[in-house]
Design a binder for this molecule. Structure first.
Ligand code: SF4
Length: 341
């Protein structure tokens, strides 16, 4: 049975057209799926009984629920989903009034960044829109989520078509109706796909920069060879659509690797002309990783160097560390002690 969950309005209109049903039926189905969150065709009371019966014979309309969930002492939760044979993780980070969902777009990742647990796991496939949306609506805390960061497993721009459909469903009036300002897509920078994302959406952007020197960045992010950071930065400086949204430069601080004064000075130089905030992320040590976290003095010094250049700089708090839900630690190899739902 095909799952209608994750279909865009256009795709639902194609279905209703094929069946010979009135076109507005597609909007009614979308309303039930995404606004009213109904997962039983029989409850879609404004659809004629005949249409409800036909839909129930050939389709389902359910988000997928997580198999397991683990909760850290600080309230951060990590969920393990099984989409067919692929395992993926999602995290929810509560912070006062704000509850942020960290959504995955792929099982594992093709980019192979050396500091990243997901990257070391290899690639298991890209997720469909229904699988991405299930990470929001399949969890018990769905109604309390205020922000979404597409920053979990996978490179979102390596799954562009499904990402765009997911974002369309999240922000459309016929869908979830979320403000695009509450959604942030994080990428290492694939310029041709980034341009499409900028042109077609109004979501915020986080650029994983991590080293301002090409030769150093390539050692951390092998895809620097194929998609040089300089091309992404040129796009962000020149594309009018880029100037209309919040941009964050993500910079994981790795002790002795990218935390020198030289790095701070060059980072400031290359992002000059982009209206962006810099978010420093002291590395969370992970099992098997060759990298370590700089001490607090070093982090403060790096931040001060950037602030003295006039940049807005934040240092990300580490959350969910003991359940490996912190940044760069999502990996389906570490949920052995999880509570089964
Ligand atoms: S940092 Fe992002 S792009 Fe790089 S391997 Fe990890 S998930 Fe993939």
């Amino acid at each position: 049975m095909e799952n209608l969950y994750g279909k865009t309005l256009t795709e639902l209109e194609t279905l209703t057209g094929e069946k010979g049903w009135p076109r507005f039926t597609a909007g009614q189905i979308a309303g039930w799926l995404y606004r009213k969150r109904v997962d039983d065709f029989n409850l879609m009371s404004n659809l004629p009984k005949e249409i409800r019966n036909q839909l129930a014979e050939s389709h389902i309309c359910k988000p997928i629920r997580p198999e397991r969930v683990v909760t850290a002492n600080d309230g951060t939760r990590k969920y393990l989903f099984r989409f067919y044979e692929r395992l993926i993780e999602t995290a929810m980070i509560p912070d006062n009034e704000r509850n942020t969902l960290c959504m995955s777009t792929q099982s594992g990742c093709r980019m192979g960044c050396l500091f990243c647990s997901t990257g070391r796991q290899g690639f298991g496939g890209s997720l469909s829109p229904g699988e991405m949306l299930s990470q929001l609506t399949g969890i018990d805390e769905a109604d309390r989520i205020t922000n979404i960061v597409v920053m979990g497993m996978g490179e979102p721009l390596d799954n562009l078509d499904n990402l765009l459909k997911t974002l369309e469903i999240l922000v459309s009036e016929w869908g979830f109706g979320l403000s695009p300002g509450r959604i942030t897509v994080s990428t290492i920078g694939i310029p041709e796909n980034l341009k499409i994302l900028l042109d077609k959406t109004r979501v915020n952007l986080a650029l994983s920069l991590h080293d301002p020197f090409p030769e150093g960045r390539e050692l951390l992010i092998p895809s620097e060879r194929r998609w040089p950071l300089s091309e992404t930065l040129t796009l962000l400086k020149n594309n009018p659509a880029a100037r209309e949204r919040k941009i964050t430069i993500e910079y994981i601080l790795l002790s002795g690797v990218n935390d020198s004064d030289r790095h701070a000075i060059e980072l400031n130089r290359i992002i000059n002309g982009i209206k962006a905030k810099v978010n420093l992320i002291p590395f969370n040590s992970a099992p098997g990783s060759p990298y370590t976290r700089p001490d607090e003095g070093k982090v403060d010094h790096f931040r001060t160097l950037l602030r003295n250049k006039g940049l807005t700089v934040t240092v990300r708090k580490s959350r969910g560390g003991e359940i490996n839900a912190a940044c760069g630690l999502l990996s389906t190899t570490g949920m052995n002690s999880a509570e089964t739902l």
